[in-house]
Write a protein that binds this ligand. Structure first.
Ligand SMILES: Cc1cc2nc3c(=O)[nH]c(=O)nc-3n(C[C@H](O)[C@H](O)[C@H](O)COP(=O)(O)O)c2cc1C
Length: 226
């Protein structure tokens, strides 16, 4: 028997998924504020609260979308945190599995490189979302600042799920960090961790039709008693 709060949390975690097609309808500002006020309660090392968040909507998000698509199409890349050099072993398997789930859902055939690229570009189009939040950390806080932002990301995603708002965290947007920061007036020395595109889910879109798996508990956790 689970405690009621445990049931609710479990349900939010089970039902949340990354949304890759949004309706154009904006999320009222009061709902955004309620969600972000909840996420402000996130834990952080020394309560440093490393996260700073800029939410772009309306004309600002359209400028952001257009500039990011153009930059990504040019093939240039610059990120404040190094991206993984390669995925191997179980990480490669998981990456492939969720990638093929997406490509199968949207009808991109295996080996269709142009199709893969087009789908990757959707990241920079923000999957059609009416809002994007850009999250940054302070360079003085080092890697733990990014850890704190990660904890905050999870809180935002769960709070959004609780309010019926769909979202997707996007490290892809951090591959254009200098541009993203300058477009949104974020100080250049801050470290961009990721973006979160959000809005109302287009439930009829095939990109939202599948769910990813997780490893069994025993594959992730062990207990040491003696
Ligand atoms: C920090 C972070 C960065 C991510 N970056 C991207 C991204 O750039 N593009 C994308 O399509 N999905 C991105 N995702 C979403 C993951 O692919 C997704 O969470 C994972 O496949 C599990 O699927 P689910 O979120 O639907 O449960 C990111 C997730 C996290 C937590």
């Amino acid at each position: 028997m689970k405690e009621p709060a445990g049931e609710v949390l479990d349900q939010l975690l089970r039902e949340r998924h990354s949304c890759r097609a949004f309706l154009p309808k904006p999320v009222p500002r009061e709902i955004q504020e309620t969600i972000l006020a909840t996420a402000q309660r996130s834990a952080s090392w020394c309560n440093s609260q490393a996260w700073q968040v800029v939410v772009a909507s309306g004309a600002a998000v359209e400028r952001f979308r257009a500039a990011m698509v153009e930059a990504a199409s040019s093939g240039r890349r610059d990120s404040d945190f190094p991206f993984p050099a390669e995925y191997t072993g179980r990480y490669l398997e998981r990456r492939r599995e969720c990638g093929f789930q997406l490509y199968n859902a949207v009808g991109v055939e295996r080996g269709d490189k142009a199709g893969y690229e087009q789908q990757t570009l959707e990241n920079f189009r923000l999957f059609g979302a009416p809002h994007v939040a850009v999250l940054s950390s302070d360079p003085g806080l080092g890697v733990y600042g990014a850890v704190d932002v990660g904890a905050y990301v999870q809180a935002v995603l769960l709070a959004m799920q609780a309010h019926g708002i769909a979202a997707i965290p996007q490290a892809a947007l951090a591959s254009q960090s200098t541009l993203a920061k300058s477009l949104l007036g974020i100080a250049p020395e801050r470290l961009m961790v990721c973006g979160i595109s959000f809005g109302y889910e287009d439930t009829a879109h095939p990109a939202n039709s599948y769910r990813t798996r997780r490893a069994k508990l025993a594959d992730a956790v062990s207990w040491v008693d003696h």
